[in-house]
Design a protein around this ligand. Structure first.
Ligand code: SF4
Length: 382
């Protein structure tokens, strides 16, 4: 994504999106709903010249509320939901091994999905059908949440704050972004644009009190926040897959070998007697090498996580830039700290996600879950 924000076309997109958000905020008929991606909270403070430890997620939430958003929600909520769906998909495939091609690849990074679809179209069916947390959020907001507050979905404007411009393209695909006749995600702002709007509105982030995300799409676990770091999606999925198979929790740090930066990390996870051969990478060059190794029969994996940016979304192209200094690793370590500090570190223990299943979706991979939260990967390209 980084080049897009620096080219003339990208600049136009940026201006249009900021204007869209202002228009929505000032339209009395529109209810604005904002979601903030995991990686954003680890990176936004860098632009303000303060230490990430000093400027908190709670102050960022207050800043968004002061801008006038009606509901400030957390993409971590749907990161947990993604884990419930993708973890269940992995288990389903593992228990019907012969019916599928292997490995299964994660699908939450649009940079990677686009690369896979253009470079290795014959493997597209191996992408998880789970939509990304950004897209699951939009689908749930325009259905479940709209019903809950008794509002027609056309009156909701869903804004995402994301670490990269690739997320702007992700919601331009109708097959992914329209489940009930309206666009699920309306506008995507990158982290730098969020800060720009706050600056224009004279929001003094550093001196704000903290506040909590709103409910019911605002709860996120430690497993969700590490989505923003390379290896995090895999680790979160394994924590919950273990529970789904065995009915009890494993130590949340049991799969920490998949943490790291760009180099390939491998792990053989024993999930209740089922060995899951895993690998995680975070650059498209590494992804290409990994796929070529699979094709050459040099390696065999069951589950592979790929993120396009070095270190994952923490190092995304829409994050603040500090004089060319690479901050992805530092931001990733902040996310792991947030995971350790969270009282709940398993996606299946997210109480708002549990309520969503109980009241609306029924269970992972149900018909309704499929309709709202999954996509037929082979049906569309970017
Ligand atoms: Fe965007 Fe990079 Fe994250 Fe992929 S890894 S979703 S391209 S920030």
């Amino acid at each position: 994504g980084q080049c897009v924000t620096h080219c003339p076309v990208g600049a136009l997109t940026v201006r249009r999106d900021i204007k869209d958000v202002y228009d929505a905020l000032h339209n009395p008929d529109i209810i604005t709903v904002v979601q903030v991606a995991p990686a954003v909270r680890a990176g936004f403070a860098d632009a303000l010249g303060v230490d990430g430890e000093e400027l908190t997620q709670g102050q960022m939430v207050t800043g968004l509320k002061q801008l006038g958003f009606d509901y400030v929600f957390d993409t971590n909520f749907t990161a947990d939901l993604t884990i419930m769906e993708e973890g269940s998909e992995l288990i389903h495939k593992l228990t019907h091994r012969d019916e599928y091609a292997w490995p299964m690849f994660t699908s939450c990074c649009p940079g990677w999905v686009r690369f896979m679809k253009s470079e290795y179209p014959e493997m597209v069916d191996q992408l998880s059908t789970a939509k990304s947390p950004q897209q699951m959020f939009g689908a749930v907001a325009k259905t479940y949440f709209a019903e809950k507050i008794g509002v027609d979905p056309s009156r909701l404007h869903v804004i995402s704050v994301m670490p990269c411009s690739a997320k702007k393209y992700e919601c331009s695909v109708d097959e992914v972004n329209v489940v009930s006749g309206v666009r699920d995600v309306d506008t995507v702002l990158i982290t730098r644009e969020m800060l720009q709007i706050m600056k224009m509105d004279n929001i003094d982030l550093a001196n704000l009190e903290e506040s909590e995300f709103d409910s019911p799409l605002g709860e996120g676990t430690g497993a969700a926040v590490i989505f923003g770091a390379s290896g995090g999606v895999m680790e979160a999925a394994l924590r919950s897959a273990y529970f789904l198979l065995k009915g009890e929790n494993i130590d949340p740090d049991a799969f920490k070998e998949v943490r790291g930066f760009t180099e390939r990390r491998e792990l053989e996870a024993n999930v209740d007697g089922t060995v899951v051969r895993c690998a995680a990478v975070s650059s498209l060059g590494e992804a290409r090498e990994l796929i070529e190794d699979i094709k050459a029969g040099k390696v065999t994996y069951d589950f592979v996580e790929v993120m396009a940016c070095p270190g994952g979304c923490a190092g995304g192209g829409g994050q603040p830039i500090n004089d060319g200094e690479e901050r992805g690793a530092l931001r990733g370590s902040r996310l792991y700290q947030l995971d350790r500090d969270n009282k709940v570190r398993y996606s299946h223990e997210n109480s708002e996600v549990q309520i969503l299943y109980k009241e609306y979706l029924e269970k992972p991979l149900s018909e309704k879950s499929h309709h709202l939260l999954h996509t037929h990967q082979k049906d569309w390209v970017y």
